[in-house]
Design a protein around this ligand. Structure first.
Ligand code: CTP
Ligand code: CA
Length: 223
């Protein structure tokens, strides 16, 4: 660890890494969430730390344990995560890795009081949802740091991942199967870069995979 700080490939580099899902409040006790555990982002943070990086870890809703030796910043909702990431980038950033599963929609309004089923008067309850800000897309014009995104897909993985890479102005995107990646301890991914390269990583523990991904991403800092 101490040796990595001085001599690792990421020595002197600042990384901002988001991990976990988000919770979008419905009322004081309920939220809309997803299956992300934080394991992939935490693995990347640990690997970056071991490579000598100064890691700001933006943590959403996560069930896994964040690694020691990284700075932990908690941000439960998509809006809180956006603010935390902007703040972290202001403080200096060589690379942003968005491993978090950020909600795409949130309730239009959050009820002040717990919603009572007896007061709904009907068999059904409708929630009106509105778009959250796409954090990565909002940073499209911001330069000076490497941007890595993730793409969680259930079908047409390559086409959707390539479209996100371009639309969000990323250096690279890590494409994975949303059915098996979220909440699991292992993962298989394909990385696509802006300049048309691709790398396949076989299914393995997220901790191992994270080390290989960090080695690859480190090379993006030098080109
Ligand atoms: N992302 C983000 N802000 C959002 C939603 C997603 O920054 N509000 C980021 C994710 O962290 C990820 C990348 O964008 O790095 C792709 O997320 P994904 O959910 O796969 O794609 P979306 O663009 O949200 O499209 P969709 O969910 O419809 O496939
Ligand atoms: Ca999404």
């Amino acid at each position: 660890l101490a040796l990595g700080k001085k001599f690792g490939v990421l020595a002197g580099k600042r990384l901002v890494i988001s991990a976990g899902g988000t919770h979008e409040a419905i009322d004081p006790v309920r939220f809309i969430g997803n299956r992300s555990s934080g394991a992939m982002g935490f693995g990347l943070a640990a690997a970056a730390r071991d490579a000598g990086a100064d890691v700001r870890l933006i943590i959403g809703a996560a069930s896994a344990t964040p690694p020691l030796g990284t700075q932990h910043i908690y941000a439960e909702s998509a809006a809180a995560m956006q603010a935390a990431i902007e703040h972290a980038i202001e403080q200096g950033c060589d690379m942003l890795i968005m491993a978090a599963a950020v909600a795409d929609y949130r309730p239009v309004s959050v009820a002040d009081n717990k919603i009572k089923k007896t007061e709904q008067g009907d068999q059904s309850l409708s929630l009106q949802l509105t778009h959250t800000t796409d954090i990565l897309a909002s940073l499209k014009e911001r330069t000076g740091f490497v941007k890595i995104g993730f793409a969680a897909e259930t079908h047409d993985l390559e086409q959707y991942a390539q479209a996100k890479l371009t639309r969000k102005g990323l250096d690279a995107i890590v494409a994975n199967d949303a059915r098996t990646a979220l909440g699991a301890s292992d993962n298989a991914v394909t990385v696509f870069s802006r300049d048309g390269q691709r790398w396949n990583f076989a299914r393995q523990a997220k901790t191992e995979l994270a080390q290989q991904l960090i080695a690859l991403f480190s090379s993006f800092l030098r080109r």
